[in-house]
Design a protein around this ligand. Sequence first.
Ligand code: SF4
Length: 565
Amino acid sequence: MSQPERESMEVDILFVGAGPATLASAYHLMKQVEAHNQRCGETGETPIEPPSILVIEKAANVGDHQLSGGVMNPRAIKELMPDYQQQGFPIEYTCSQDYFWLFTRKGTIKSPITPPMFQKRGYHVVSLSNVVKWLAAKCEEVGVEIYPGFAAAEILTEGDRVIGIRTGDMGIDKHGKPKANYQPGMDIFAGVTVLGEGVRGSCTKQLIGQFGLGGANPQTYETGIKEIWRVKPEKHQPGRVVHGSMFPDFFGQINGMWLYDMKDNLISFGYVTSLSSEDPTNDPHRASQEFKRDSPFMRDLLDGAELVRYGAKCIPTGGLHAMPKLYANGAMIVGDSASMLNIMKLAGIHMAIKSGMLAAETLVDALKQRDYSSKTLGGYAERFKESWAYQEHLEGRNFTGSNEIAPLFGMLINIPLMLITKGRGLIPFIKTHPSHAAMKKIWEVPKEVRDRPPFVPDGVLTFSKEHLVGFSGTQHESDQQPHLKVADTNICATSCRTDYGNPCEKFCPAAVYEMIDVVGKPGAKELFIHHENCVHCKTCDIADPYQIITWTTPQGGEGPDYTRM
Ligand code: SF4
């Protein structure tokens, strides 16, 4: 297809993704510019021309793609807006009871003390989707433009500078041909492009690769499965926050869980599985369903309850050592995209907001000087290093590395030592590996794991992936090319099948990948992609052992609807 005519537009600052980091950043930037201009009469400084600020978001509505284990440290939102509660910040409850429990296959050991990382009293239980909607309204009040339904497909560069992004084309059929409603993507040029696409953002991945911004360690990940249930009123405990660890699995891997109560008798249950697992049959959905089935506590809690919502999302676990360089000429990275998540405390919303604020303060300098180069934008990394967010990161810096050496070494020896050595532990810097590199070949897996019978859901407490996808609200037009790009499907049918047993069929929590029989070739299989099911968790882009799956943005406005998540 020849290059189509594209519409274009130009703004001063472009934020990619409407999440807590970018929206806090856009709001803070407008407020900082306003404060600067008010001071100019006294200081004699030159006022800043109010910048044009645009936030684009791939979801149909702001907040639809936001999913989080939403127990929020209020520190950053207090700094952003000291009267946030008076302004109606959406809080479900404030944590008044925090617990840490250890789950065996059939029981619960309730720890009498809550380890420091799971102490959450005073933290707000929130729906991130609602928080982001609220932040977006605040941004609009101060003049920020927000365009939902605009998916950034690629960054635009000129030499060693980012000059904006191109949105994805709309209306291309499954054969790659334009349909009647074809509309080419738009070029949005900006002085600075701030990437806050969440975990494993596709433009961020491109930026980090193209500009060599990778951190000291590769990023590592977990997959979080989340379910919202409406429980019987007598089972509902406002202010409760539970974190739990499973006993190590066959490979020594330790999975985790969280639980907290929301308004309207809702509870949020989350189950977290490491993607650095050696197990090619690693299946986050199955693990979460089996946990519900086997845990007497969960069975009791969910007795008579009704499933309301399902979703999945990856979590960046690499922390400080995996943090990319935060800026380039014309670009900055914030939030989960920038590894701004305290994995030791399993808390990222406050870090995301803080990173956005630090980026905004640097953008004020850039606007004053009309200089969008690394020289000025590097102030963001300097501010970060001076901030409490850096200190938090420092204290958890070897958490993932400790677990990678051996989960029990981490849990019983190095992580407790980290708590008293401000993050150092026994080893100052632990080298980690990309999550996919840990996966063993299928024949190295013990027979009892490899030959486990398929999981059979009961349809009451546990459900199949296909059923649960219906509770994610996800939708994608069927007549389009899948947004999951597999570079060589021959590998799926041959070496991946024999060496790893097609792990994509297991690790995807939405039943997107299926090896189907090839017509007329008995015994042969080929990959079929049910792209409509995708819940945008990014697990496949991360966990595929051959790294031939690339998650790209589908048409703008498509994907899950994580209202209340
Ligand atoms: Fe997640 Fe990939 Fe499955 Fe989509 S296709 S739900 S991104 S694993």
